[in-house]
Unconditional design. Structure first.
Ligand code: ADP
Length: 250
């Protein structure tokens, strides 16, 4: 596996809420094009870590870099998003009354109020991009139907597609397979592993489903009490007695 240098870099990051250290000297490096899974018990700090990367939460101490040039702690949430960091929350938030195609169209518009006038001005380039993303997420056949009739899994893929419209460099994905059927999980594994790679995206996934993590991740990071307890292949971390004690054995 060729390494391409880090795209995301957290060094000695800490944040407290009312004196409680939710993130405690966290160090994390994500390589360009890497697919990384983050696991850990409830309260380990996974959500807070994502909030710090996207600028929603400011750490008390430490450094957060995107590539080698962007000090994320000097930027606000929209500025960080515009660098190409996309986040997908657990619950899909697609526009049910709009078609799949229109949802992707809307994702291109920074100002959501311009939608009614967008179709008329849709350039060939944007159309091509929408078709490309539709193929990637496997929803080409359903593109003119309302998003509201999609299955739960298909809505999740559509929302990933909406993030892809902006050609992100880093995707943060929160529990993508929660509530999915076995078949949808397999399709999601293909989708996410296909997205990661050099010249494509880096993908960081927070996930509780260990079978899914095992099926996709080359590297797994185990968070516990706000810092990294273990990191490495799934085989390595799952045989680590400390990981078994705090997480897998529970
Ligand atoms: P995880 O996502 O791994 O379950 P979280 O990042 O949500 O963990 O939470 C880490 C710890 O920080 C938890 O104990 C949680 O209660 C606490 N926490 C997170 N956000 C806040 C907040 N805004 N105010 C107070 N406590 C918080």
């Amino acid at each position: 596996d060729v390494r391409h240098g880090p795209i995301l870099y957290l060094e000695d990051v800490s944040v407290s809420f009312d004196g409680f250290k939710a993130i405690n000297d966290l160090n994390l490096t994500i390589d360009d094009g890497e697919l990384r899974c983050i696991i850990g018990p409830n309260g380990a700090g996974k959500t807070t870590m994502m909030d710090i990367i996207t600028g929603k939460t400011r750490p008390d101490t430490g450094q957060v870099w995107f590539g080698s040039r962007h000090d994320l702690l000097t930027l606000n949430e929209p500025q960080i998003a515009s660098l190409g960091i996309g986040r997908k929350f657990q619950k899909p938030t697609v526009f049910e009354a709009l078609s799949v195609f229109e949802n992707l169209e809307l994702a291109m518009a920074a100002d959501k109020r311009i939608l009614p006038t967008l179709t008329a001005r849709l350039t060939g380039e944007i159309r091509d991009r929408i078709e490309e993303v539709l193929a990637t997420i496997g929803l080409t056949e359903l593109r003119y139907g309302p998003a509201g009739i999609l299955s739960h899994g298909q809505k999740q893929w559509l929302e990933i597609g909406m993030l892809l419209m902006q050609r992100p460099r880093l995707l943060l994905v929160d529990e993508p397979v929660a509530g999915m059927t076995e078949q949808e999980m397999e399709r999601t594994a293909e989708l996410l592993t296909g997205l990661a790679g050099k010249g494509k995206q880096s993908v960081v996934i927070v996930e509780h489903d260990m079978g899914f993590v095992r099926s996709i991740a080359r590297t797994v990071t185990v968070l516990h009490q706000g810092s990294v307890l273990a990191e490495g292949s799934m085989d390595k971390v799952s045989s680590d007695p400390r990981v078994v004690e705090v997480y897998l054995g529970a």
